[in-house]
Write a protein that binds this ligand. Structure first.
Ligand SMILES: [Zn+2]
Length: 512
């Protein structure tokens, strides 16, 4: 099967990535400014058309992140989200002002259930709000997207009035989201068809889909919206997002690419970046990717059964509808060892898509040598984990200096830990029901706070008992969530002990 790169008879679909806004809103997925910039740079490089960088009015941090992304990004349009409130719109306008191409994305609820219970407004009042807020946004910037929150549960006649109002007020993109993940594909197609056919001025704007995965239909619904006439898809890397998440960017893009015969549309996304984007977002958001996740899961291209393997050996097309290389997965080969030098390491990084500055390279090389001293076979995945981890580590206030854990099949588990807090070292000892319990009890005692452990997940970067371990930790205290993620050698090494303490306790600013 050959995939045609000929897009001449296909229509362009714009990819609007909202990993940094909708994705970051999922509890625990808070990213630091550095991480957001790293993700934005990657999305820009990939050819994502629009990057929604945040919700500027939500917090100073959000405002600063949108501003920084707007300044950094070279090609993509940068969108800032705003409620239908004048102060929100001004703030969003201010944040995206520095972008080469900026967009204000303003939204208001349109469904009866939202109007009655959340907004306490009548239909006519909402129409007036749409007219005023879209006009305000258009006076600030040429590129304005308007969203009808909960569009799929809004009666079509009223939705048409809203859309017409937004278009007349100057909206250039109209987004009709399935906010609660309730739609089925046929319905969603029909909704777009009706609106595009009947609303005056619909031919002058781009329609957009934004689907949530509550019933597992986000990608199917997004594609159904495209069939109905939408030409922008809002999505996130790894399907990150509120509740069950958004439509996954990698799935939408690869579905259109692989089944261009059934769906005559194309995107400008360079698909060989997808695998790396998934890893970086997973590390930054601290949301592990499920093994059998389509396109980017560890097992997405693994053929285990004998029959499948036999077929694959004879001809890959027997069971493979797309190649691992097309999403940027390279065959896991034995690459490096303790005798590999600086130049070889630099070449390997380049091959894997990394360009590190001098200091970052030096630091990564030291860690590579450290790992090579202890682990015989170093695979691409080891190097990726080692480098990605480095990118995320910041000036942590709390550092783990030393740790000893005693675990027995019978009896208590004990952890002796030395922490450095703001440069001051102290040792604590704590017993627990198991080793994790003992470790976290020791941390609580050392730090003097009592957070609840929400998530603790460990997985091997590669196979083998000598594999590096990737550890994800999420803590919650008084509504604040802090996340940590580190890839380390499975056996704690005295000089470089695993960083189990989540970095600077980052607070999650909950918005919308
Ligand atoms: Zn959403």
């Amino acid at each position: 099967m050959t995939i045609s790169a000929d897009n001449s008879n296909k229509e362009r679909v714009y990819i609007f990535d909202t990993t940094l806004r909708d994705g970051e809103q999922s509890p625990g997925a808070t990213m630091t400014l550095e991480e957001k910039l790293q993700v934005a740079e990657l999305l820009d490089e990939m050819g994502v058309d629009i990057i929604e960088a945040g919700f500027p009015i939500a917090s100073v941090g959000d405002f600063e992140a949108v501003t920084a992304v707007a300044k950094q990004v070279k090609n993509s349009t940068i969108a800032g989200l705003a409620r239908a409130i004048p102060a929100d719109i001004d703030r969003a306008g201010e944040a995206v002002r520095h972008a080469r191409r900026g967009r204000i994305h303003t939204f208001v609820s349109t469904s009866p259930i939202h109007l009655a219970h959340q907004m306490r407004k009548t239909g006519d009042e909402v129409i007036e709000i749409i007219q005023k807020t879209v006009t305000q946004a258009r006076n600030l910037i040429d590129d304005v997207e308007w969203s009808a929150m909960d569009a799929t549960r809004t009666p079509i006649e009223y939705l048409m009035r809203c859309v017409e109002t937004a278009i007349k007020a100057g909206a250039t993109t109209i987004n009709l989201p399935d906010t609660v993940g309730y739609a089925v594909p046929e319905e969603y197609t029909a909704m777009f068809r009706t609106i595009i056919e009947k609303v005056p001025g619909a031919d002058k704007v781009i329609f957009s889909v934004h689907c949530h995965d509550d019933l597992g239909m986000a990608v199917a619904n997004s594609l159904a919206g495209v069939v109905g006439g939408a030409r922008q898809v809002e999505c996130t890397i790894n399907g990150l997002g509120e509740r069950a998440g958004n439509a996954a960017l990698e799935e939408v893009v690869m579905a259109l690419r692989t089944r261009g015969d059934a769906m005559p549309y194309y995107t400008n996304v360079e698909t060989t970046h997808l695998s790396r984007a998934s890893r970086i977002v997973s590390a930054a958001s601290n949301f592990p990717v499920q093994y059998n996740k389509a396109i980017v899961g560890k097992n997405a291209f693994a053929h285990e059964s004998g029959i499948h393997q036999d077929g694959m050996l004879k001809n890959a097309e027997t069971y493979e509808i797309m190649t691992p290389e097309s999403v940027g997965i390279k065959a896991t080969t034995l690459v490096m060892g303790k005798h590999s030098g600086r130049a070889a390491f630099k070449d390997k990084l380049k091959e894997l898509g990394y360009e590190l500055g001098d200091n970052a390279f030096q630091e990564a090389f030291v860690r590579f040598k450290d790992l090579a001293d202890r682990k015989k076979h170093i695979y691409d995945a080891d190097i990726i984990a080692l480098v990605d981890d480095e990118v995320g580590s910041i000036d942590d206030r709390i550092k783990l200096v030393d740790m000893e854990v005693v675990s027995k099949t019978s009896g208590v588990h004990r952890c002796v830990m030395t922490l450095s807090i703001d440069g001051e070292e102290s040792e604590v000892t704590f017993d627990g029901m198991g080793s994790v319990d003992a470790i976290f009890n020791a941390i609580k005692q050392g730090v003097g706070q009592d957070p609840h452990l929400v998530l603790y997940a460990v997985d091997g970067v590669t196979g083998g008992t000598d594999a590096q371990a990737n550890v994800h930790v999420r803590l919650e205290m008084n509504g604040r969530i802090a996340s940590g993620n580190a890839s380390r050698w499975a056996t704690p090494v005295q000089s470089r002990a695993p960083s189990l303490v989540p970095g600077a306790l980052r607070s999650a600013s909950k918005s919308m």
